[in-house]
Design a protein around this ligand. Structure first.
Ligand code: CP
Length: 316
C-alpha cells in the first residue's frame, strides 16, 4: 500500500526511476479508474480542458489505442500524429516536430520511437509532460505497469511470487520494464531463453537467468511470454523458428507439467505457434485480454497523475 499521493516526476520515461511507492500509487489509481469501466457512462471529467497527443514513430495496435481511449475516458481532447502523412518525411527533426505540436497547446505527449532514449531527449526540450510508449530496446513503462497491475489483481500481491519471463529478453523493452517493476515490488524474477537472447549479464538487475526452459518455469506462478523480435535482429540468434518452438515454446503439453494455477501473460503482438501455442494463448490460464483491458486503466492513472504535475499555468 502507498501513502504517497503524487508522482515526483513531470514525465514517465521509465520504470527504473519510479520508487516502489510510486508504482503502488499508479496501481491504486488504476484500480479506481477500472471501476469506471463498469458504469454506463465510462467517463470522468479529470482531464477536461487538457490535450493529449499520441506521437508514434513505430507501429502499434494496443498501446496507441489504449492511450487514446484512456485520455478520452478522462475527458481530455486527443490528437493523433501520423508519421506517414507528416512533414517528418520531408526531413523535419523530432524536436521541431514536437515543438510544432506543442505550440498548438498540447499538455501531454505520448511517444513511441525506434531509438532508445528519444523520449528522454524530447522531455528536455518541451514544456509538455512526455510519456514513453516504448523506446527502442530500452523501456515500455506502461506495459510493465499494466503487467504488474494484472499480476496484483489476479495473484493478490508480489512478495515471494515467482515470475518467469521467457523469450527474446535482449531486444525487449517490455522485459526491462517488467524486471524493474517486479523486482521493486518484491517478486522473484527468472529470465528464460537461449543464451544469445538472454545474456547472463541480466543477473545484475537482481534476477535469475537460465537457458533451460523447464528449469525456469517449473515452479513459476506467472509466465510472461515475449515474442521473437525479428525486426530488431541483424543476425541469426537461433537456428530456426522450429527449433526455437521446440526448445522454448509454451506448448499445451508443457502447460500440463506446471503449477495448476499458473498464469500465462503475453504483451502482444502474439506469434501463435512460435513462442506460444494457440490453445495456451486462448486457454483458461491466459490473461492476455485482461492485460489489454487493464492497460486502459493503468494509462488513465498515469495521465491523471502526470496532469497533476503540470506547471500551474497549464493546470487549470
Ligand atoms: N504490447 C504492445 O506494446 O503492443 P503494440 O505494439 O501493439 O502497441
Amino acid at each position: 500500500m502507498s501513502d504517497a499521493t503524487t508522482l515526483s516526476h513531470r514525465h514517465l520515461l521509465d520504470v527504473e526511476s519510479l520508487s516502489a511507492r510510486e508504482i503502488h500509487l499508479i496501481l491504486e489509481n488504476a484500480r479506481g479508474f477500472k471501476e469506471v469501466f463498469t458504469r454506463s457512462i465510462k467517463k470522468v471529467p479529470a482531464l477536461r480542458g487538457k490535450t493529449v497527443c499520441t506521437l508514434f514513430f513505430e507501429n502499434s495496435t494496443r498501446t496507441r489505442t489504449s492511450f487514446e481511449l484512456a485520455a478520452k475516458r478522462l475527458s481530455a481532447d486527443t490528437v493523433s500524429f501520423s508519421i506517414a502523412t507528416s512533414s517528418v518525411n520531408k526531413g523535419e527533426t523530432l524536436i521541431d516536430t514536437a515543438r510544432t505540436i506543442e505550440a498548438m497547446g498540447i499538455d501531454l505527449i505520448v511517444m513511441r520511437h525506434p531509438e532508445s532514449g528519444a523520449p528522454h531527449l524530447l522531455s528536455r526540450r518541451v514544456r509538455a509532460s512526455v510519456i514513453n510508449a516504448g523506446d527502442g530496446t530500452h523501456e515500455h513503462p506502461t506495459q510493465g505497469l499494466l503487467d504488474a497491475y494484472t499480476i496484483q489483481e489476479k495473484k493478490g500481491g508480489f512478495e515471494g511470487l515467482k515470475v518467469a519471463i521467457v523469450g527474446d529478453i535482449l531486444h525487449s523493452r517490455v522485459a526491462r520494464s517488467n524486471i524493474q517493476a517486479l523486482t521493486k515490488l518484491g517478486a522473484e524474477v527468472t529470465l528464460v531463453g537461449p543464451s544469445t537472447l538472454v545474456p547472463r549479464t541480466f543477473a545484475q538487475f537482481g534476477v535469475r537467468v537460465t537457458h533451460q526452459l523447464m528449469e525456469g518455469i517449473r515452479d513459476a506462478d506467472v509466465i510472461n511470454i515475449l515474442r521473437i523480435q525479428r525486426e530488431r535482429m541483424n543476425t541469426n540468434f537461433f537456428p530456426s523458428i522450429r527449433e526455437y518452438r521446440l526448445l522454448y515454446g509454451i506448448t499445451r503439453e508443457r502447460l500440463k507439467s506446471l503449477k495448476p494455477d499458473i498464469m500465462i501473460m503475453h504483451p502482444g503482438p502474439v506469434n501463435r505457434g512460435v513462442e506460444i501455442d494457440q490453445e495456451v494463448a486462448d486457454g483458461p490460464h491466459s490473461v492476455i485480454n485482461e492485460q489489454v483491458t487493464n492497460g486502459v486503466a493503468v494509462r488513465m492513472a498515469v495521465l491523471y497523475l502526470l496532469a497533476g504535475n503540470l506547471p500551474s499555468s497549464q493546470r487549470d
